[in-house]
Every structure is written in C-alpha cells, then in structure tokens.
Design a protein around this ligand. Structure first.
Ligand code: CAA
Length: 692
C-alpha cells in the first residue's frame, strides 16, 4: 500500500490499481482530497496496473466540493486538473460508488470511464440548493448521458437519484451487491480490460444533445412549468442556461466556459452566500451546547396524542409515516371518527404513499375515548387541544397520574408558558414543548421548547425524534409566542399600523411577496379566514376586521375578505376594503399619506430583526442561525435571503440600528433597539460573529 497523502492511498489488486479516499465525514473535495486524487491517479497511471478503481471509505463516496472552502482562495490542484487526469487516463477508470455521489462527487465520477454502484447509493447534482450550479462540468456532461429533459430536472431540483434509477438513466453502468462494492468494481475493471471496452469520455458523447438542437421549446416549456417554484431564485435559471449552453455551444469547451461564467456569478452573489449559510445553519441546530451528542435517548415506540383535530391528526401522520404506533384520544366519538377519517383521506389524496403504505400507516393510528386506557403504556404524549392554560393544566394533571414513569409529556402550544403547564405535574423534568406548524404532516419546522426543568435526555430524545420524522428541529426557550410567533407579532403589528397610515393591504402584500414570501399578511389572513377568533355577537365594528367580517367578507371561503375574489380565487384589490380603511383613518383624525415600498419593507422587516436580537439577548434561542431556521421553515422567509438575522447582517446591523432609532424617535418604543443590536454595532460586529 502506498500512502499518497493523509486522504488517499494506492493499493494494487492483481492488475487493478485502487485509489481509496478517506477524508471524514463525507470525503468532500478539500485541497487535501484533490491532491490525493491528482497524485493518486498520476501514480496509478504510471504503475503497471491495467485499470484503476476509485473508491471511498466511510459513510459515502465524495459528497461534493468542500463547501467550507467556498469564498476563499483554492489551494492545490484544481478539480479540473483531477478530472482531466482521470478522463485522459490511458487505461479504464472505474468509480465505485456507495452512499452519495453528489455535486463535485458526481462530476468526478462522470470523468471515470465507467461507474459501479451499490443499490443503496444515490447520485445527484444538488448545487442548486446552495444557490449554485455544478461548476465542474456537471451541466455539460449530465445531459450527454441522461438527455436534456432529465438533466434539467436533476440540476434544478437537486434531487438525489437512487442507484437503480441511475442505472436505468445510464448514469451508472452496473449495480454491485451491497457490501461487495470493491470486489464488483475490480471485477468490472478486469472485464473492461479483457473485453477491450472503450475508454468512454462522456464529453465526446453528443448524440443526446443533437436530439435537442433546434428545440428551444424544451427550455421555454420547462421554464413556464416551473416559474412559480423558481420565483425569486437565481440558481435554477442559471442551471437551465448551462444546459442550454450544452446544447447550443459549438464545442464542449465552449459549454464549459459558459458554465464557469455563470458559476462565478452565482458564487459571488448574495443568494448563494445565504443558501450556503443556511446549509450549515441546519446542521448547527442539532448541536445543543449543554446536551452532548452521547446523551442517552429514551426509546419512543408508541405515541399518544390528545385532540383529533387538524393539528392532532397531522402530528399523528408524522409518526405513522416512520412506523411508530399512535393512539389519539378525543372526548367524543364523532370528532374522533371525523379525525381518523381525515387522516385516511389525507393519505389517499397524497401522492407520496402507495396504497399498501397507506393501509400500513392508517393501521398504526388508533383512536380512543379514554386517556386512562390509551396512555398507560405510551412513551410520549403530545397534547394538541385549544390554547387555554386552564385546559392544558388539567390535562397535564391527568397525564401525570396516568402515564408511566419516564414518559415524555409534550404540549403543542404555540406560545403558552410551558413552565406553568409543567408546574402542575410531579415530573416537570419530563415536560417539553413540541410546537408543530400547520399542516403538521407537511411543514418542516418543529420548535422544541425547553422549559426550566426539562431534562437533557428529554431534549436529546425530542431532537432525535424530530430528525426521524423528517422535521427541522430548533430548540428554543419559553417566551410568549416562542421564537417564530414572537417575531411574527412585530410584522403583524407594523402591517396593521401601515394600513392605518395609508398603505393598502395589497401594497404591503406586494412588497413582502416581492421580497420573497409566498404571500403577504393580508392575503394570508384571507386564506386562513378573517373570522378566526372573531365573535359575531360581540363584534361592533371596532376594527377593520370586524367591519369586513360583519359584511360577511370572511376571506377566500366567502369570496371576499381584504381582497375580492373571482370564482377561481384570484385576488383583486377591493374598493369596499379601501373605503372601510379610509373611513377608519378619517375617524382617527389622521391624514392618509403615501407610503413608499422601502418604508413598508423596513417597517415590517427591521423590527423582526430587532426582536430576533432580543430573543438572542434573553437566551431564548441558542444562536442567530436557529432564529433563521425557524423563519425559513415555518413562515416562508425566502431561503435565498438566509433568514431575518442573516438578512440583518447583509443589510448591515448599523443600518438596521439607525432605522430602529429613527422609527423610535417618531413612533415610540415599539421600535426600541435591542441591547444586543446596540452592542454589535458598537463593537463593529455582525450577528454571524455570535457563536453558541
Ligand atoms: N463540504 C463540507 N462539509 C460538508 C459537506 C461538504 N460538501 N457535506 C457535508 N458536510 C459536513 C456537514 O457540515 C456535517 O458536518 P458536522 O458533522 O460538523 O455538522 C458533516 O459533513 C455530515 O453531514 P450531514 O450531517 O449532512 O450528514 P448526512 O449523513 O445527514 O448527509 C450528505 C450526508 C447527504 C452528504 C449531506 O451532508 C449533503 O447533502 N451534503 C452536501 C452535498 C452537496 O451539496 N454537494 C455539492 C457541493 S457544491 C459542489 O460540489 C460544487 C461543484 O460543482 C464543484
């Protein structure tokens, strides 16, 4: 065995040279790995071996470029040098893939002459999720193998293609038996030599591109079909342009040049910086400073849920999806039956579960009218009833009496004080908040709320369980509205105030939509229903909402709310609403004024950043990036703007502070700057300088 460097070794198995990479955790293409590959291939080519296998140790084949290197100067051989060396090798090069061959990893594998993979492997070009495009020839080689349509899908979705599908697409040449990858790759290499198989250079394979030449409609149709999904993002369009360049360029090299140029533009842009930041934010969130990785986990085999409404049912589906049994308790048979029927209906309508999976999942969810009966053996109970402290307390008293020792007692409250709920039990260490977002079977965010006495293993178990059910979990502290709703409160307040100063709901919605939110607060209210929490009997036209509801404008469901709706639920600004607003303003004795889009944005967004800073200052979130995860995954903050705290850094904390001071001077202490923001600016620092 020859050690090439600390990341690569070269061994020989008969006539086959084997280059093995070992650079934990994911064999990313760091300078060391590139050097190992470059020198490894040089040595293997110079050796008497007749063929070369590239394989990786650890959990995965190369998972891509080393993202931590982005933005800095690249040392050592470039990826292009490595690829040229592989592609031009005078003997067969076989990439042996397990785990994931992603991004630069797949781009390396595409420079091998052949690819062998185990069935559990997945391949893909996920750069789009980092606001990038595959910058090492991926957009030029991929369509040469899989064709233009499949390439467009892969580069713009970033999806990981399972090995079996990759085989059918021609991305992989042979599947190996699980656990026998090296043997299979060596056998393939020997066979390639024995049979004199050609040294396939993907770059020379133009047949699939020729088929797409003269068909610009392929791209036009693809753009049109995905316009909504790609709105606001720069990377999908750049990826499409690269595939277009593959089809329309005179040579492979010309296509590569186009790819390079667009890659450079994305890499230097704010969107990719935000999306790369987001990638690490997701991973950071799992790290809880005082809850070490080896904290014991409580086994969760059966979950109890109180409440068969939309929330309880949605929560139940998460667990059934991963094979965990659930029992839902309701007070009466009719709502229980309705809830269970809705769950079945949701599964049947969803295109993700096959019919037999639906049956398995539905069978895992049972109902009961008796907490005493249903909850005596559950490992976790989640209470999902309406938001009243007295109700929550009486439930927790009963749970304390019923549940076995060590069971986790969770509440799905969206803002009530969990310390207070825990105080009625004799086991506050077992009480935690699990704040799901509606619809709970779809939304990715889970705010895990740590109360004063919550035990560390309860936190560790909840974080792990969240991962198991596919959620992005963020640990937060007890504070009214927790992190998400507390920050939302700032935006809602300003949106309402702006209306009373003369901005129309559709002006505010447009500004926030253009910023990248899926919809603005007023369109959102119309969707949810203006009458949530509105009581007809006690409504006396005291607010704009009262007047709208009294006029039976209760949102989309009644065909009118803040907006008017046509029969296809397309919204139009409403003269009625405009008059209601105008009358209210006149009543207050104020004069409506013209409000700029800039002011709308700053008034809505900067107080959110400031509130995030207050939350951090109070220790209710561990780190700024956790606040950002909450807003990206729970409230539709565009990921290409990172989240409120990252955006605050992009704008500049000094600018946010200056505006908050200005607003405070004219509009009062709702805009009082947080002490943390003041300190950051005084120290010349940014939110990203705060480390947990
Ligand atoms: N660069 C640097 N670090 C990386 C990395 C990368 N490409 N991919 C993963 N890591 C790190 C993670 O930050 C994490 O570090 P910590 O343990 O310190 O938090 C560790 O590796 C393990 O990662 P995960 O927790 O995500 O592990 P997983 O098993 O759940 O998932 C994975 C593994 C599927 C490979 C996932 O990490 C992933 O999707 N990685 C990114 C893949 C990617 O986007 N590749 C393209 C890179 S861009 C590119 O290649 C450009 C180009 O064209 C040249």
């Amino acid at each position: 065995m020859t050690e090439i460097n600390s990341a690569a070794t070269l061994t020989q198995d008969g006539d086959v040279a084997i280059i093995t990479l070992n650079s934990p955790p994911v064999n990313a293409l760091s300078a060391k790995v590139r050097e190992g590959l470059f020198e490894g291939f040089k040595a293997a080519i110079a050796s008497p071996a007749k063929s070369i296998v590239l394989i990786c140790e650890g959990r995965t084949f190369i998972a891509g470029a080393d993202i931590t290197e982005f933005g800095g100067a690249m040392a050592g051989p470039s990826l292009f040098d490595v690829q040229a060396m592989m592609e031009n090798a005078p003997k067969p090069v076989i990439a042996a893939i397990h785990g994931t061959a992603l991004g630069g990893g797949l781009e390396v594998a595409l420079c091998a002459h052949y690819r062998v993979a185990v069935p559990s492997a997945r391949v893909g070009l996920p750069e789009v999720a980092l606001g990038l495009l595959p910058g090492a020839g991926g957009t030029q080689r991929l369509p040469r193998i899989v064709g233009v349509e499949a390439a467009l899908d892969m580069v713009t979705s970033g999806r990981h293609v399972p090995a079996k599908q990759a085989l059918a697409m021609g991305l992989v040449d042979e599947l190996a038996q699980e656990g026998k990858l090296k043997e299979a790759a060596v056998a393939f290499a020997n066979k390639a030599v024995a049979e004199g198989k050609p040294l396939v250079k993907v770059r020379e394979n133009n047949a699939r591109l020729e088929a797409a030449k003269g068909h610009p409609e392929i791209f036009a149709d693809f753009r049109k079909a995905n316009a909504r999904k790609f709105r606001g993002f720069a990377a999908p369009e750049a990826n499409i342009k690269c595939i277009e360049a593959a089809v329309n360029s005179a040579t492979f090299e010309d296509g590569l040049k186009a790819e390079r140029k667009l890659f450079g533009e994305l890499m230097g842009g704010a969107q990719s910086a935000a999306q790369r930041y987001y990638f690490f934010a997701e991973r950071q969130a799992n790290k809880i400073p005082d809850v070490p990785d080896d904290t014991p986990i409580r086994p969760i085999k059966k979950v109890g849920i109180i409440g068969a409404g939309t929330m309880g049912g949605g929560i139940a589906m998460n667990f059934a999806n991963v094979g965990i049994a659930v029992v839902i308790v309701e007070q009466e048979q009719a709502p229980l039956d309705r809830g269970l029927a809705t769950i079945r209906n949701n599964y049947e309508r969803s295109r993700t579960a096959k019919p037999e999976e639906t049956e398995q999942r539905v069978a895992l969810i049972t109902g009961s009218l008796s907490m005493e009966e249903a909850f005596k053996d559950v490992d976790l109970v989640i209470e999902a009833v309406f938001e009243r402290m007295d109700v929550k307390k009486s439930i927790f008293e009963r749970l304390d009496a019923i549940c076995k020792p060590g069971a986790i007692l969770a509440t799905n409250t969206s803002g009530l004080n969990i310390d207070e709920t825990a105080s009625v039990t004799k086991r506050p260490q077992d009480v935690i908040g699990l704040h799901f977002f509606s619809p709970a079977n779809v939304m990715k965010l889970l705010e895990i709320v740590r109360a004063d006495h919550t035990a560390k293993d309860v936190i560790a178990t909840s974080m792990k369980l969240a991962k198991q059910i596919g959620k992005i979990a963020v640990l937060v502290g007890v504070t009214p509205g927790f992190v998400g709703n507390r920050i939302l409160g700032q935006r809602q307040r300003e949106a309402q105030k702006l209306v009373m100063e003369g901005a129309m709901p559709w002006d505010i919605d447009r500004v926030l939509y253009d910023f990248g939110f899926p919809m603005g607060p007023f369109a959102m209210s119309d969707l949810a229903g203006l009458d949530i929490g509105w009581v007809k009997e006690t409504s006396h036209g005291e607010t704009i909402r009262d007047v709208l509801c009294e006029a039976d404008r209760r949102g989309q469901k009644t065909g009118a709310g803040y907006y008017d709706y046509d029969e296809n639920r397309n919204a139009r600004p409403s003269a009625f609403t405009e008059k209601v607003i105008h009358d209210f303003i006149v009543k207050t004795g104020a004069n409506p004024r013209k409000i700029s889009d800039e002011e709308i944005l700053e008034r809505c967004i900067y107080p959110m950043i400031n509130e995030g800073a207050k939350i951090l200052e109070e220790g209710k979130a561990i780190r700024p990036s956790d606040v950002d995860l909450v807003w990206v995954n729970g409230y539709g903050w565009p990921v290409y703007r990172g989240g409120p705290m990252h955006y605050g850094d992009q704008v500049g904390p000094e600018k946010v502070l200056a505006k908050m001071r200005e607003f405070q001077a004219t509009m009062g202490d709702a805009f009082k700057p947080s002490a943390l923001l003041e300190k950051l600016v005084a120290d010349g620092k940014k939110f990203s300088d705060i480390k947990a």
